[in-house]
Structure formats: structure tokens, C-alpha cells
Design a protein around this ligand. Structure first.
Ligand code: CP
Ligand code: NVA
Length: 305
């Protein structure tokens, strides 16, 4: 039966561990499994812009011996020219997998339901699972473990925050989330993460105090204050989020060698200062690189028959 990856919740701890292990091998040797997706094609259906997700999937697919096909917003015109399920049913006759970058998460569910081939969420308004898998791989690579690590996420309770909550709680990492009032992750997300945490012992803290979140954290993470589709809110958000910037003052309260992460693209001077982005604590480009290694592992797991 085909398997989709729409949220981290679709994966068991064993599946996550196995993806991380395979990622490590693929990163060590880019030619490993070089022909494993020979003859396969991956469709990238994107309704929003992308650098990392598009390029890392395309190059990753190429390195595994397969092809990819990028379909920009104008091409498929998702949900406008025909229903998403009809797109899914048609495209499944041509390709071996679909990466969908879309607005409403329901579009991912509809695509997965209609498609006979695996569907991978390349970012929806609800989640960004490939990002969070690359993030936990990066943390493990740097700190050698996930349990006992505390990640502080400071900023908007958005898609990336949701996926980090799921990834942390599934793997036993502790997570503290600090957002301004009214921008916390949805209750149902926190409840689901708490349910995962009961199994793994992960500690979850939700606060409106960024200093309390970063206190004793080994990793501090942020993302843009206005996500794609919310651009017109940025001026309002700049005021609301001003105390939630990752800067030297905030990091003074974290552990000495704190790692700074950002899914990118970064808006320097908004959610993160130039100084912090360029500091020796910043691992944002290692994180970006790891998107490709982890996605190659995901592609092998889902597309190789
Ligand atoms: N982090 C991330 O998904 O980047 P892109 O939007 O450039 O793909
Ligand atoms: N939260 C951001 C992440 C970009 C990778 C967005 O959805 O635009």
C-alpha cells in the first residue's frame, strides 16, 4: 500500500529513526543508492515560491537516478481547472510520487486521497514535515542525541512550529514554544504533541515569554513572522512580534554554545538579527543542506518498490 507523508504524525518513531539512519548514510556518500529511483518520476506541484524545497527535491531525485517535473502555480492551477482529486487521479497515471506545496492543508489530504502514488507535503499552512525531519537530523548530527535536548522555538505558532512540536514529541526531545498572545499553536496541535510526549517523555512548554523559553535551551529556532500568504499582515506583525526577535540579548539567556536554527528564508532584522545569523552559533545553512539528504531518504522509503 502506498504511504503518504503529510505530517510528522504519519510516521512512527521507528520510521523516523530509520529515515534518520538512512539520511546519515546518504550524506556520507552521495552516490549511495545512486540508481535506486531509476525510471521513476516525481511531480512537484507548487502553489507558492520555493528555493530549498524545490531545488533539494529536484537534485535529490536526480542523484537517486530519477526525474522530477516542476509544475508551477500557473500550470496545474490547483483546484481551479479541475478538482484536486481529479488532478491526483490523472497525475498518478504518469508519475511515481507527488510533492505538494499548497495553502490549505486540506488540499494535501484531497491529493493523498485521490492519488494512487505517495504524496509528500512540501509545506502547507498546517505543517512542513520534511523541514522538521531535516531539523531533527541536524540537531542529532550536532548534539549526538535528541533526548535531553531542549529546543526553544520563538516566533509565530505556524506550520514550522507545528511540525517541530510533532517531531520533538515523537522523538523525546523537549520543546518550549514562545509566541505573542494570539499566535500560539492551535490547541489541537499541542494536545496531539502532548499525546506523543506521553509515550516518549518529551517535555512541552508553551509560553508568551521568549526569555523563559530560551532559558537553558541548547537550540533556539525561529521562522518568519508572516508566512507565505500572510504578507499583507507584516507591518502589524512587526509591532506584535518585536520582543520575539532572536538577537544577542535573548541568546544571553540560553546555554553558552546554543545552536541557532531557522528554516529559511530569513527576514534579517525582523525575526533574527544579521549578527546572530552570521554568528558561530548559527547552523542555518547546514540545516538547509540537510533538507536534501533527508528528502532523499524519504524518497527511497516511499517511492522505491
Ligand atoms: N525552508 C523552506 O522550505 O524553504 P523554501 O520555501 O525556499 O522551499
Ligand atoms: N512559515 C513559513 C515557512 C517557509 C519555509 C511559510 O509558510 O512561509
Amino acid at each position: 500500500m502506498k504511504k503518504d507523508l503529510l505530517t510528522i504524525g504519519d510516521l512512527s518513531l521507528a520510521e523516523i529513526s530509520s529515515i534518520l539512519k538512512l539520511t546519515e548514510q546518504l550524506k556520507k556518500n552521495k552516490n549511495k543508492f545512486a540508481k535506486s529511483l531509476s525510471g521513476k518520476t516525481l511531480a512537484l506541484i507548487f502553489q507558492k515560491p520555493s528555493n530549498r524545497t524545490r531545488v533539494s527535491f529536484e537534485v535529490g531525485m536526480y542523484q537517486l537516478g530519477g526525474n522530477s517535473l516542476y509544475l508551477s502555480p500557473q500550470e496545474i492551477n490547483l483546484g481551479v481547472r479541475e478538482t484536486i482529486r481529479d488532478v491526483a487521479r490523472t497525475i498518478s497515471r504518469y508519475v511515481d510520487g507527488v510533492v505538494l506545496r499548497t495553502f490549505e492543508h486540506k488540499n494535501c489530504l484531497d491529493m493523498a486521497e485521490g492519488a494512487a502514488v505517495p504524496v509528500i507535503n512540501g509545506l502547507s499552512d498546517f505543517s512542513h514535515p520534511c523541514q522538521a525531519l531535516a531539523d531533527i537530523f541536524t540537531i542529532k548530527e550536532k548534539l549526538k542525541e535528541l533526548k535531553k535536548v531542549t529546543l526553544a522555538y520563538v516566533g509565530d505558532g505556524n506550520n514550522v512550529c507545528n511540525s517541530l512540536l510533532f517531531a520533538a514529541s515523537k522523538t523525546g526531545m523537549n520543546i518550549s514554544v514562545a509566541t505573542p498572545k494570539g499566535y500560539a499553536p492551535a490547541d489541537k496541535v499541542v494536545k496531539q504533541a502532548q499525546a506523543f510526549a506521553e509515550e516518549t517523555g518529551s517535555r512541552i512548554k508553551i509560553t508568551e515569554d521568549p526569555f523563559s523559553a530560551v532559558n537553558s535551551a541548547q537550540v533556539v529556532y525561529t521562522d518568519v513572522w508572516a508566512s507565505m500568504g500572510q504578507e499583507e499582515e507584516i507591518n502589524k506583525r512587526k509591532v506584535i512580534f518585536k520582543d520575539f526577535q532572536i538577537n544577542a540579548k535573548l541568546l544571553a539567556g540560553a546555554t553558552k554554545n546554543v545552536l541557532v536554527m531557522h528554516c529559511l528564508p530569513a527576514h534579517r532584522g525582523e525575526e533574527i538579527t544579521d549578527e546572530v545569523m552570521e554568528s558561530r552559533n548559527s547552523i542555518v545553512f547546514d540545516q538547509a543542506e540537510n533538507r536534501m539528504h533527508v528528502q532523499k531518504a524519504i524518497l527511497i522509503k516511499l517511492l522505491r518498490s
